[in-house]
Design a binder for this molecule. Structure first.
Ligand SMILES: NC(=O)C1=CN([C@@H]2O[C@H](COP(=O)(O)OP(=O)(O)OC[C@H]3O[C@@H](n4cnc5c(N)ncnc54)[C@H](O)[C@@H]3O)[C@@H](O)[C@H]2O)[C@@H](O)CC1
Ligand SMILES: [K+]
Length: 513
């Protein structure tokens, strides 16, 4: 079999983009009725694969999500399952295809009241999908309330009703699903929180929409995966030399020395040829005894700034990281700001994390003004709120948009961290990462991530790719180590993950497997 990773598999479509894909498919000659039939069949198949025969209740809403539900009801009945169906809507307002399948369902259509839940073992949630525009109210809300109270398993069509598929936000009450079957491609809300947690297992079904419609949509969002960036990964060359693999320069502060040491270790492990930690002389001994492969440069008392500038003049220092343990108290804050501004205004490729971001919480514009070259910033939600309060105010429930707006405003690639990290580029591209386990939420884990990013930047990877690759590898290592993980484990386990990654994406591609 030929090895053909496909970048387009990873596209994420918002509700309006999915609507356009649907229309484009119809224009390309696929009847809307066939799309709905295929959608319903995919859901019925997924249910038949996972549950044994039981009493099913299909709850159909007023739009095409309900239309899919009519198809599912008919197919499960044909498979000899006991099926009941309740419809919330009016037949006259159904789309032609939904009306067709309403007619095709020849069983009883019951009143939409919570009593229909009696004796139901499984609910098919065909209430609302991509067309949800406001929180569930009235009968729909009461129904979801009762499903939750009775703890009945749910299979959701497209998205759990009440969830905004474009953002992952709960618009109000949501019926959490054990299984969600969506169509064509995933939606951002299947990956972003709380959406991801409400979907349960996610199945993406092919319903006959031609791949060619993707070309018309100018999509700008993907789920993170090596398919997106492995071609630009700095694979070690047999004729390589450490000087070909770049030289990362990392600023280390005076008191929290562990943070930047983790960053340095991460940068080494991910393959930077050389790593130098530049540290105030007061802390030099601590760093020098702790580090072996990493070099430690002294910044002399009262001339730290000048000494750092001198290091920046050396063209071999091709990627800089500032922030982990840089310091925010009193004079340290001023020094951190100066180091950041110097790195940025000399147009060095720079990673800004932790204190390098918080040091500008009073005047974020000063930071944004200094960003003119390649830059990655890696805020967690707290740091993000300090730098981008207006964006949080205008789009509180839309992490994808918040990260994109922040990237545009600051000019940096923004890595908005969390269990659903979003990586956004100032040009509008965005990637949602979904492989991070809960164990990564531990002190120092972000410092190592900054190290992975600066290490890849030193090897010449571009900021958006480097950030996406680092975040994905960080998640993979987290999974590999598992429960009990501490930040120190992340650099140490990286080689194992890198060899599996290399085997799969580089060697397999080379050998044409
Ligand atoms: N490619 C596609 O786009 C396909 C879409 N299909 C299905 O169609 C769905 C989208 O269909 P629609 O656009 O008709 O949208 P929905 O079926 O999600 O709902 C639309 C209806 O709900 C109403 N509504 C929205 N929020 C409400 C609320 N909180 N309370 C009460 N009423 C509310 C709207 O006014 C509208 O009448 C998808 O989720 C999917 O299940 C499938 O049939 C297959 C093809
Ligand atoms: K639904």
């Amino acid at each position: 079999m030929n090895y053909k990773p496909n970048k387009s598999d990873r596209y994420l479509l918002t509700a309006s983009e999915m609507g356009r894909a649907d229309k484009a498919a119809v224009v390309a000659g696929v009847p809307a009725i066939d799309l709905m039939a295929a959608a319903g069949k995919a859901v019925a198949d997924a249910v038949l694969e996972r549950w044994s025969r039981c009493s099913v209740l299909v709850l159909c809403g007023p739009g095409n999500n309900g239309g899919d539900g009519f198809v599912v009801a008919k197919l499960l009945k044909a498979a000899d399952w006991p099926v009941r169906l309740a419809f919330l809507g009016s037949v006259e307002k159904l789309s032609p295809e939904a009306a067709h399948f309403y007619q095709a369902w020849q069983g009883e259509v019951e009143d939409y009241s919570v009593n229909v839940l009696d004796q139901s073992d499984l609910v098919i949630d065909a209430m609302f999908g991509a067309g949800l525009t406001r929180p569930l109210e009235g009968k729909a809300r009461d129904m979801v309330d009762a499903i939750i109270a009775r703890d009945i398993p749910v299979c959701a069509i497209d998205v759990p009703s009440g969830l905004d598929g474009s953002t992952g936000a709960a618009l109000g009450l949501v019926a959490p699903a054990e299984l969600t079957v969506t169509f064509f491609r995933k939606k951002p809300g299947h990956l972003l929180l709380p959406g991801r947690g409400l979907c349960g297992e996610l199945v993406v079904a092919d319903i006959g929409i031609p791949e060619t419609v993707l070309n018309e949509l100018n999509l700008q969002a993907w789920e993170n995966s090596p398919e997106l960036w492995y071609r630009n990964y700095p694979w070690p060359r047999t004729d390589g030399h450490k000087f070909h693999r770049g030289h990362a320069l990392i600023y280390g502060g005076e008191s929290m020395t562990g943070a930047s040491r983790l960053t340095a270790r991460g940068a080494m492990r991910i393959g930077a040829g050389l790593v130098t930690l530049a540290v105030p002389i007061k802390a030099w001994a601590v760093y020098a005894t702790a580090m072996t492969s990493v070099m430690v440069a002294k910044l002399e008392v009262s001339q730290e700034q000048e000494d750092f500038e001198e290091l920046l003049l050396d063209p071999r220092h091709n990627a800089i990281a500032v922030g982990p343990g840089a310091g925010l108290a009193g004079f340290e804050r001023i020094r951190t700001r100066k180091i950041v501004v110097t790195a940025l205004t000399t147009n060095h490729t720079t990673v800004l994390d932790a204190d390098a971001l918080s040091a500008f919480s009073e005047d974020p514009q000063t930071l944004f003004d200094a960003i003119n070259g390649p830059c990655v910033m890696t805020p967690h939600e707290g740091e993000f709120a300090r730098l981008f309060p207006e964006i949080n105010k205008s789009h509180p429930d839309d992490k994808l948009t918040r990260a994109r707006m922040a990237a545009k405003l600051s000019g940096a690639v923004v890595v908005l961290k969390g269990a659903d990290t979003v990586i956004a580029s100032p040009d509008g591209r965005a990637i949602i990462n979904a492989n991070a386990p809960a164990y990564l939420a531990t002190g120092g884990s972000g410092d190592v991530l900054a190290g992975f990013i600066v290490g890849l930047l030193a090897q010449g990877m571009l900021p958006f790719d480097a950030a996406s690759a680092a975040v994905w590898l960080h998640g993979e290592v987290g999974n590999d180590v598992g429960i009990g993980l501490i930040a120190e484990d992340l650099p140490e386990h990286l080689p194992k993950v890198l060899s599996a990654f290399q085997k799969h994406y580089f060697l397999a591609q080379k050998s044409g497997k």
